[in-house]
Design a protein around this ligand. Sequence first.
Ligand SMILES: [Zn+2]
Length: 884
Amino acid sequence: MLKKSFHSLIAIIAGTFIFLIAGSISFAQRVPTPEEVLGFKVGADYHLASYQQAIQYLKALEQASPRIKLFEMGKTSMGKPMMYAVITSAENMAKLDRLKEISRRLALVTGLTDEEARGLVAEGRAVVHIDGGLHGTEVAPAQHNLQLAYDLISSEDTDTRLIRENTILLLVFANPDGMDMVAEWYHQNLGTPYETSPMPWLYHVYAGHDNNRDSFMLNLVETQNIHGQANREWFPQILCSHHQTGPFPARIFIPPNVEPVNPNYHPMIIRWKNLIGTAIGAAFDRNGQSGAISRARYDLWSPDMVDTVGDLFHTVSICPETQLYHYATPHYYKINDFPEDFRDLTPSVFYPNPWKGGWWRLRDAVEYVLTCSKATLHTAALYREKLLYDRYQMGKDVIARFQKELPFAWIIPKTQWDAPTAAILLNKMIFMGIEVYQAEKNFASSGISYPAGTWIIPMNQPFSLFVKSIFEEQLLPDLTKYPTLWQGLVQPQKFADAYIRPYDIAGWTLPYQMGVTVSAVDTPLEVSLTPVEKAVPPAGKVEGSAGYAYLITPKTNNSFIAVNRILQAGGEVLRARESFSVEGKSYLPGTWIVLAGSISRSFMDALAKELFLTIEGTRGRVPVDTLKINTPRVALYKSWTASVDEGWTRWLFEQFEFPFVNIYDDDVRARELGKRFDVLVIPSMSTDDIVNGHKPGTMPPQYVGGITRAGVRNIKRFVEEGGTLVTLNSGCLFAVDELGLPVRDVLKDLRPAAGRGNVPAEPGPPKFACPKSILRMEFNAKHPVAFGMPEEAPAVFARPLAFDILPSFEKEKAPVVISKYPKGSLLMSGYLRGEKYLQNKASAMEVPLGKGRVILLGFGVQSRAQPHGTFKLLFNSLYYGSAR
Ligand SMILES: [Zn+2]
């Protein structure tokens, strides 16, 4: 007996041994848990993994398992490698290139028959992009990435195997710099009174929260990396971009979204979003995780986000918003912490399982994000073939639609106010996978003749709805007409003509913002086309001999780069105050006059070539009054309240090669600004943030307080002694109110009071409403700040501001209008109620003060670094400030 048992035991041990050996054939070593590498459980209280730690863990997984592989998608803004993981079964991993090719071919449609498409679908796998951490302080999604990777690789349950076999997960850390910054900030404050304090700088070095408003503009390298991966390489069928600003007290927002819907989405996109959202909702209830809400806050209007732009490329894109307390600090919620309309916990169609309150820990948020990701992957696995085929069919539908429907194409002439900027626009389209062509011969459309070489974007291509959405004028639907669309038990809407603002912007038409002329084609074009790999503007050159000077047009944004380089190289630059003619040619006010004796011809030749500038040499003196241009000594105010507009402005100065320094509250309080700077730029931010900053006790002491009254006095003295203060958008109110300018803020009592979510604070219609939209604007191009501008151009109305001039006793001290809203119809794209309050009111002004001046730029001249058409106002202000 004993002997037999002993033998059985041996057999069991031997069996275990054989099993382990067998296991080690597919696994180099045991898959390490996150805890084994990080030293703490994912989502543990008071612990945040940094990006460095996250990659260290994923590399450990890659060592241990054939089910994960790491790739670099590019560098971050701060120079880190931006890594992503591919997770799938070992069998799929072995033929990854083939599976990628299938995804690409189905998305691009062209060259496939339906039968071939079905063959590819049968062979293909659903590609799902999941990203976390885009918004650095929304910490749970990036942390969840680690647990998700471990679970998907190590679990052997039926659902996980189904996911591994049928899907390819692209697991992305969307903002590595931010993940490191936030982990460092949190851990240094842990256990102090500042444990949950906000970070006093941007979690994306240039864009902060706006890193999710950059998706059609692609200014940031991270945006390029993410969309490059999606649109140039992997063509995922589903994209899930996780966030953590859920509508309180719900625990997570999932689709369906709220109105309005961008009319350019293929209807199947909306259906799929709703289906995936509902599947996720069911997963929450199955797991006993209450509090998933739909039809709240988040609309589908503006395509400037990672998810909403993906939809235009037929990637079903969702943006779940889990609830956040602060970082990894737990919090207990009582029912009395809830807004009143959530306290009765009545279930409703889109919130059937209300959250009842209790503890909310980082681990809870991680678990919610995990449920959401796994349900998304599970849905992708179950519907693999439908998703793959639908992505093909959506592209096919679009191609067919625009063979018989307007517009047939877009024409982008090469002759533009600012041709290099037109090329920038086209190259953004090309980057996103849009096919751009050039006409091989001269042709006509709608009675207009165009030369050979004209750029054309035909609409019969799979992703042309992106072009349409970006190029056309937006007309935000008046949702007050459809009251029943909005009724819900949760956050009921009061309709009586109430204004309901979109979640983000109302109008964005990119050609308007960039000052680029495009025309929609309403008859089929008959001209042969050559594909364009990169849009190149007409070549630049130096014409004629420059006995006296080189003349450069002020119309081109690149001229600022040129002038910055010329000044840097010791060249002498003047600007014409008026229009003038020389050697039979006429020139605009603001024309750059570079004195030939101060710079070499070869330097100018190189500039003309690189920057696509036509530079004209002139032999004789130029008969015009001039300003002497000097390199401006620019200070850009940077507050510890972390202004996104400051970040964008900084980015723009770097792009256009303006030297500048950031100055902080203590610089403004203590230093003599006039000795160091010619120009002080205050970005768009509130007066309270500028003057008072963070309240005492809310932050470590070095980040508390703003410029204070002392700073206000210093700024006033700086201007009175000859300095130039440039204020952007909301920053103008600081100048108007604190420096006592003779200017009236005409919208002061008309700005809509902010409500919660989409709910206006007051019932009834506001007199004035204009969420970020594009309006018509008149420019005084003879004013040095508007040099190079057309007399009329589209402008971004980003904050509700407009000015009247108050009567003044001193005529020479009276403010000068640089731009204003004209009399007629103003709205070009978006939404505007209360037009009459803007008409004939100033939007930008020069206000003399002592020996200096304040330049009020009261609209979005550089908002999100998108409106290339009005960047000049900011750049001109800098030169004007140092001109003599
Ligand atoms: Zn977010």
